[in-house]
Every structure is written in structure tokens, then in C-alpha cells.
Write a protein that binds this ligand. Sequence first.
Ligand SMILES: [Zn+2]
Length: 450
Amino acid sequence: MRSLLFFLLILGQAFATENDLSHRPKSFNVNGGKAVFADFTEAQYKISYDLTSKRAYAVATINFEMLEAGFPIFDSVTAPSTVSLDGESVSAIETRTPQNETMARYVNKFTSIGAHELKIELPLATLVEFIDNGVKSAFWTSDLDERRFLERYLPANFEFDQVKMTFIVEFIGLKNKQVIYTNGSVQELNNQSYKIEYPSYYTASSIFFHTVPQGLTNELRFKLKSIDGRDIPAVVYFSKSTWNTGLERLKAKTIEVFQELESDYGPFPHPTLTVLQAGMGGMEYCGATMTDFSALGHELFHSYFARGVMPANGNSGWLDEALASWRDDGYQSSTFMSGSSGMSSHPYYTRTTDKAAYTFGARFMSFLDGKLKTKGGLKPFMRHMVDKRVFSPLFVEEFVHEMSEFYGVSVHEDFKRYTYGSSLNLDHSSNKSNSKIHRKMSIEELKNYL
Ligand SMILES: [Zn+2]
């Protein structure tokens, strides 16, 4: 039994690595050589909040594999204060990708094929607020702007890469208690520090992390009964200082959506569920969301599509938004489609989601549902994708291939015509309807919800 478990564990890791390798972005030329995307295998982040000096900082220790020789790429919006590679002090350079799609950093040292270790120290200043009795801090993300996943706060890889991540969080000089809301497993090491382990299938867009001094939030903890028999620990909460619907209503809506999704797409894919009611619109994480009440269904749907069946890059990010918006609109079916979009064909290193997903993308899903009506429509395929591709980040081309295979009918031409066109031909007629769901919130706005 034990050896079987061990075997399955190794097998799981092998799949993650294989998937990472087949989705690793291609290298590009930089001054004096080639910047190369590495496969991060493990990352440990030591996150320190010094309540005495009111400073926060992090040390990331990243183990990675180089598949080709060159300058290893990582990303961090904040400039590191020190970087070392295999124990030797090095420098890192911030660069734009070849078509100016996004930015990243690379270690300015030629690095051979094989296993290496990168150590990066940096200040933690974004969404950190020290108050009298503790600290408020969060790593909230967005897919509507560049560099808004984990790299906004900590050194991380691009979204394709699944990495075993661990946080060691310490609150230096803490007198009261801090609460941590997160989608990892939390272990209290002593009354000032915690170890949080995240599943090895997580990527830079998976982690939900929010800590506040005890007493500032109202929370309700309960168990969700899954159709597979599990009792899934759930928490719904909000800050006492923000507008809310009340915990009971939030819990009732969470249970209602959870049951709807389980009956459509099978057992909830995550071990826990965390719901923070805050702000306008929402954002999804693996088994977690920060959302307003009206977007709760949309965001929990993303625990199946976006943070269950995961995008490997920006050009596949529209799929889950289109599917979520199609659900929001009541799974409408249509036989008519006009216009075009470039949702699948942005420049190679694009990391953001095309906002046409919410409107044009949702209508495209209605169209596909209508086209495939005699074969049961789109929902059976979606359930199939959760069964087959959960926690294996994918490209849009793989999604199209899976769909064609599932129905025995090619949908390549449909995707080509409606999602690989020029974005200039976009039909903006209903552009307003869903734009509130993932409304962009500035850092100043987000601070209000800490
Ligand atoms: Zn969404």
C-alpha cells in the first residue's frame, strides 16, 4: 500500500514535469546570449513581517532545471536586493520579451543544462500595511494586466510552470495573533511563525494568501459535503469594515453554487474552499475567491475552469472566461455567430486574458453548444475535460483538439475563424455586460479590502 502510494506520488510529479516541459515558452535572444525558461521544481519562500521596524521582506529559494544552456528566466515586479545562483552572487536584468508583450528578469550568468538553485532576496511592499497590533498583507492577483500573478509580490515563473511551493511566514515581534486565510495547508510552528505547504500542481496564478490581525474579520467555518463523500473544510469571511451580505447568506450562496457545480462537473477538485467577500467583481484562485456577492457563482466556477483545468499562457486564458460567462448567461444555445476576434492569437509571450472572452467568447460557446446540440451540447465535454485535464495547464490548441476528439467532429475551423482573427474585427455590441466581473482594481482600491 505504502509503495503504491509512493509510486503514485512519483507518477504525479512525473506528469507535472512532463506537462511543464511541453508548455515551456521558447528561449529568446538578449544581450550576449539567450534567455531560457527554466522548469522550477520547488520554491520555498521565507516571508518575514517585522512588526517592530514595520518592514516586510522575503527570501525565495528556487530549485530549477535548465533544459537548455543560457540565462535562466524568472520574474519579479519588485527588483531583488540580492540574487545568488548555486551559492554565487550574480546580477539579474529586467528585459522586455521580443514583441514587447511583457517583461521578465534573467540571471546574467551563462548556466548549464541540469539542476540549479537560485536564491533571491527582496523587500515586500505591495499590499502590506502595518497597523498597531499586527500587519495586513495579501497576494491578490489579476489576469487583466501584465505581471499580476505571484510575481507581483514574490519571484515566480510564468503561468505554465507547476511548482511545489512552501511559505515560511514569520511575524517578528508579534504580541497578538494573526489569522491566515489561504488555500494551502497551514502548520503553526510557534506563536510567531507558520509553515504553509501548497499542492505541487500549483502555478503562479493558484495561491490565495491573506493575513490580518485576529479580530478584524468575521468568519464562518463549515464543511461542504462533496458528492464523492469528502467533508471539504470551507470558510467564508469578510473584513468587519467593509460592506457585506452577512455570513449566513454568503454561506448559503456558497453551498448552492458548490452543489450546482458538483452536479454539472463532478466532485469539487480542491481540498478546501475559501471565500472572501470584498470589492467589486472578483478574482479566482484554486479553491478560493475574493469576490462580491453577485460574482460568487462565476468565481467558484473558475475552481473547475481556470484553477482546475488551467491555462498555460495568455492565449488560452480566454477559454475559462468564455465558459464562465456562458454559465452566467444561463448556458444559452445559438446557431448564429458573426464577427471575429484574436483571443487565441496574441503575440507569443502574452500573459493576459483578452477581455473579449466575457462577451464574444461567451457567445462563441453558445454557438458551439448549438452546433453540438445533437451530441449533447458543450457540458458533457466540459465534464470530460475536468476528468481528463484537471491540473495540467493547457494551450488553446489542446482544448480544440480535445473537443474535436470528444465529439468526433472537427471544430478547428470554428476556432480559427472566430478566435484567431484580427481583434480589430471584434463585435463590441455587448461589451458591457460582463466587464464588471473581473473589474480591474488598482492597488489603492485593493488596499481598502486588506
Ligand atoms: Zn472570470
